[in-house]
Design a protein. Sequence first.
Length: 174
Amino acid sequence: MQVELPDKTRLEVDLGTTVITSGFDGKAGWLLLPQGTIDMPADLNAEALRGIDLTGGVGLYKKNLSGKTEAKFGGEKEVAGQRTWLVEWTGPSGNVKLYFDATTKMLVAAKYRNTTMAGVFEEERRLSDFREVDGVKFPFHWVTYRDGGLYSDLTVKELKLNEKIEASTFAKPQ
């Protein structure tokens, strides 16, 4: 995964038998499949932007520091046996419930309605295994649930911050 804040991303997923790549260049998304490249529907752009903001929570933190977030405190809640503080955020694609560890103040979970090309899902992402990289704490373990069932379990193997990324990285493949 490569992310360039505030609005670009590229993700390559190796499924063993094939690689699927998706990208968002700040204006439009695309999907590269073995059959070729397809455009993502424009109504999914806000979903891509929310995903960028929630990648490790870094985009969200940057927006908050610049005063570009709408959020309200929702009280203390428990998530997966952990005491958290709920913050309800109005993200690019709607309401998101953010859960911050009450002790460390790190973003440990997010719940939202996710619209994809495969349908609409209630999604929960849990973040853990925080490590400091170049002065930034980042979650190295992400578990995502869709409609209550396990959807993905990701472990970050390497993280580089502030690396130069060529603009062509986010361009739609021809």
